[in-house]
Design a protein around this ligand. Structure first.
Ligand code: PLP
Length: 415
């Protein structure tokens, strides 16, 4: 098919040409005396992305799933109890891993479209006087439903209950795109991956561990080898890895971290909120459809899951978009399969790219019989972009921006 593919799945995201070029390298000796320059610089610059000064970033040749496993096996012992909540496919898969690895889990079941139930966590933690719960897990951004959760709220629930459990957070589809504050929120392990906000191919499981998490590792007896933080930290201290590192990925990461520094993290967060607001304007004000996210407070700035009308299969929209218009949209997963399609709006992205995806989604929806006004989504997003700043003039709270798309027209009954 002529022309380029429009990649709008919520990861892998578009890899900028600069990053692609940086990855075209000859293989080299990863034990040379020069190699530590690369290791040390990427590990140091990752700290700013995690917003930590005391945490330790760790890079595994893996994916986010490997990061989940590393977080659990480096801090817990067999049979330990974890508090979790399930509200989408990714929060579900982490819970599934907890049980498969031999830990126990107390799961709060939530509606898909909601996020971490902070009040419920607070209640459970305050009742756990014997501190049986050893870790609390939270999915910062549920990619399956387009929901962002309040991690600061989870921290507060732990603090209010004076509970010592570790806070383990999945930031796979938020790190580098939605504000994440490791130190301020007292996160003990943050799990992420290379193929989303960091604008790289999949292949690196990138985590960051707090001092408290590293201390917990000393008494944790869960079996671990490949994902052992200790081996990694010992080797990283001298600028090396305990096994052969994924060289091109590390060079790509070096370049993406440079790009992030150049644009500025806060500007990147703004851009994501701004572009997401344009997408939400298209969905709610233009197409008059609903989002899977139940309330504006859950709206994700990296992915929107759009609910298709009764009688329409969301998978059909995605297939037409791909085959006819060379547009890749995200599928509905598990419980919401067929009920939603997703637009990923994260990473290396601007207004016209988003408008292209919206135009393609619009044509595909019309093709499969969804009764939307032709051009309405694109027009609503254009209007949003033309009337809002694409860079922050002053620091604005996220909530102010998220709600902005609603001021453009009635969204009553949109959910
Ligand atoms: N967590 C979230 C929120 C995700 O979106 C994903 C993947 O999309 C994962 C975890 C799993 O990451 P990976 O596919 O890199 O193993």
């Amino acid at each position: 098919m002529a022309g380029r593919n429009f990649l709008f799945v919520p990861g892998p995201t578009n890899v900028p040409e600069r990053v692609q070029r940086a990855m075209v390298v000859s293989m080299e000796d990863h034990r040379s005396s020069k190699f530590p320059d690369l290791t040390k610089s990427v590990l140091e610059d990752l700290k700013a992305v995690f917003k930590t000064t005391t945490g330790t970033p760790i890079i595994f040749p893996a994916t986010g799933t490997g990061g989940w496993e590393a977080a659990l096996t480096n801090t817990l012992s067999p049979g330990d109890l974890v508090l979790a909540s399930r509200f989408g496919q990714f929060s579900h898969l982490w819970i599934d891993m907890i049980t498969r690895l031999g830990f126990q889990v107390e799961t709060v079941e939530c509606e898909w479209g909601e996020g971490v139930p902070v009040e419920k966590y607070a209640e459970i933690l305050s009742k756990d006087k014997g501190h049986k719960i050893k870790a609390v897990i939270a999915t910062h951004n549920e990619t399956a439903t387009g929901v962002t959760s309040d991690i600061a709220g989870v921290r507060k629930a732990l603090d209010d209950a004076k509970h010592p459990a570790l806070l383990l957070v999945d930031a796979v589809s938020s790190l580098g795109s939605i504000d994440f504050r490791m130190d301020e929120w007292g996160v003990d392990i943050c799990v992420s991956g290379s193929q989303k906000g960091l604008m790289l191919p999949a292949g690196l499981g990138i985590v960051c561990a707090s001092e408290k998490a590293l201390k917990a590792r000393e008494s944790s007896t869960a079996p671990r080898c490949f994902f052992d933080f200790g081996d990694m930290i010992k080797a990283n201290a001298t600028g090396y890895f305990p096994y052969t590192p994924a060289l091109p990925m590390l060079y790509g990461l070096r370049e993406s971290l440079t790009m992030i520094k150049e644009e500025g993290l806060e500007n990147i967060f703004w851009r994501h909120t701004y572009l997401a607001s344009g997408v939400r304007a298209a969905v709610l004000d233009g197409w008059k459809l609903g989002l899977c996210a139940k309330e504006p407070k859950w709206y994700s700035d990296t992915v929107s899951a759009i609910v298709v009308p009764e009688g329409i299969n969301g998978a059909h929209v995605i297939d037409v978009a791909f085959r006819r218009y060379n547009l890749s949209l995200g599928a509905g997963l598990s419980k919401v399969a067929g009920k939603v399609f997703r637009i990923g709006h994260l990473g290396d992205l601007n207004e016209l790219m988003v408008l292209g995806a919206l135009a393609g989604a619009e044509m595909s929806m019309l093709d499969v019989g969804i009764k939307i006004e032709p051009g309405s989504g694109v027009a609503a997003a254009q209007k949003y972009f033309r009337t809002h700043d694409n860079v922050p003039k002053k620091k604005v709270a996220r909530s102010e921006v998220v709600y902005a798309s609603q001021s453009m027209g009635s969204t009553e009954g949109a959910h």
